[in-house]
Design a protein around this ligand. Structure first.
Ligand SMILES: Cc1ncc(COP(=O)(O)O)c(C=O)c1O
Length: 394
């Protein structure tokens, strides 16, 4: 069937990314001269560290401007494999790594090479906006599993067990999580691992793009490192955007079983080919330079301070609550006591009080909104004050 606009059925039911559209509206209001507090951003507000920028400039000047291998420059694939062994306890060879245009393309590649119509994908709710759309584009079914705020919005082993059917093909796990900031702890991953290993046909995509951003006692742990049996059942998706403030560079990577990686390379060879060649040299510098760890740590410390500032402010707000997020740079605020839908809440907050936040409905949770603390402390304090005024007026 052909839609009125001539669009395929595949895209006719696709919704544009809600996170990107609210940020665009807020930026347009700012351009009109309004003082808008943007708490909707999904990207660090820092510049890419200088040594990483310098490496890409050097590569450009050295003429690294041509097509490269689809899967990425060999030195970068090797550096990713080394990093995964060193930091995550994951044993991958460079030919099990694919460099893609951001975590987004990595995940899209995976949906395309792993899923067929009729396959089911278990998705803990709240989820990152693009997962259900990618699954739908691959023709598979999303099985949404509601997680509980009281459990820090984390999927439990029992919930996973109950969601399984003979058609379950994939589980998507995102830790640290967007939009909740949830970080799975070892005992929680071990409990999930037991269920995963009891189902021979289930794969797990672990989206670990926020791995460097964890606070307090929380530690990031890769599911695939828990046992040698788990490694062939997991596919890791990550990237440079959040850890190194490199969102615009568009560099992500996946690591997984060789047949899956090879299929994803074939697919990418017919879509985008290699990631921008000189940008890959910046990513290589990010992974190999001794200057990176202190630069990342400085940003993490600042995010941590901002998280605490936000939590302190939120405790004084009427009618809202949230679990303490342990990672990423988001707070997922329960607004159910206000009686407003998340879209009404965010529209009024933006129009009446000039604060941009993302409606939770985009993440499958209409009783919540997402606040990002990837903004300077003055903006955060102002945003909290305005939220207070709005909530008190309801
Ligand atoms: C959970 C999650 N995964 C993946 C991505 C994709 O990141 P990028 O394509 O910028 O590397 C994002 C970006 O917001 C994200 O929040």
């Amino acid at each position: 069937m052909v839609s009125a606009a001539g669009l395929s059925q595949r895209v006719a039911r696709l919704s544009p990314s809600a996170t990107l559209s609210i940020s665009a509206l807020a930026k347009a209001m700012r351009a009109e001269g309004l003082d808008v507090c943007i708490l909707s951003a999904g990207e660090p507000d820092f510049d890419t560290p200088e040594h990483i920028r310098a490496a890409a400039i050097r590569a450009l000047e050295e003429g690294k401007t041509r097509y490269g291998p689809t899967a990425g420059i060999p030195t970068l694939r090797q550096a990713v494999a080394d990093k995964l062994r060193r930091e995550n306890g994951l044993d991958y060879s460079p030919d099990q790594i694919l460099i893609s245009n951001g975590g987004k393309q990595t995940l899209f590649n995976l949906a395309m090479v792993l899923l067929d119509p009729g396959d089911e994908v278990i998705l803990p709710v709240p989820y990152w906006v693009s997962y259900p759309e990618m699954v739908a584009l691959a023709g598979a079914q999303v099985v949404r599993v509601q997680t509980q705020e009281a459990q820090g919005f984390k999927l439990t082993a029992d919930q996973l067990r109950q969601a399984l059917t003979p058609r379950s093909k994939l589980l998507i796990l995102n830790s640290p999580a967007n939009p909740t900031g949830a970080v799975y702890h070892r005992h929680e991953l071990e409990a999930l691992a037991e269920v995963i290993l009891s189902v021979p046909h289930l794969y797990v995509v672990c989206d670990e793009i926020y791995e460097k951003l964890v606070y307090g006692e929380a530690r990031h742990l890769s599911l695939g490192s828990l046992s040698p049996e788990l490694l062939p059942r997991t596919i890791l998706s990550s990237g440079f955007a959040k850890a190194y403030a490199m969102t615009g560079w568009r560099i992500g990577y996946l690591a997984g079983p060789k047949p899956i990686v090879e299929a994803a390379i074939s697919l990418q060879s017919h879509s985008t080919s290699n990631v921008c060649t000189f940008a890959q040299y910046g990513a290589l510098e990010a992974l190999t330079s001794p200057l990176s760890a202190p630069a990342v740590e400085k940003m993490r410390q600042e995010f941590w301070r901002r998280r605490d500032l936000m939590l302190e402010g939120i405790r004084t707000l009427p009618k809202v609550s949230c679990p303490e997020p342990e990672g990423a740079f988001y707070i997922f605020l329960n607004i159910s006591q206000t009686g407003l839908s998340s879209v009404e809440f965010c529209q009024r907050l933006l129009k009446e009080h000039h604060v941009a936040a993302v409606p939770g409905v985009a993440f499958g949770a209409d009783h919540c909104i997402r606040l990002s603390y990837a903004a300077d402390r003055v903006t955060l304090e102002k945003g909290l004050e305005r939220l207070h005024r709005f909530l008190s007026s309801l």
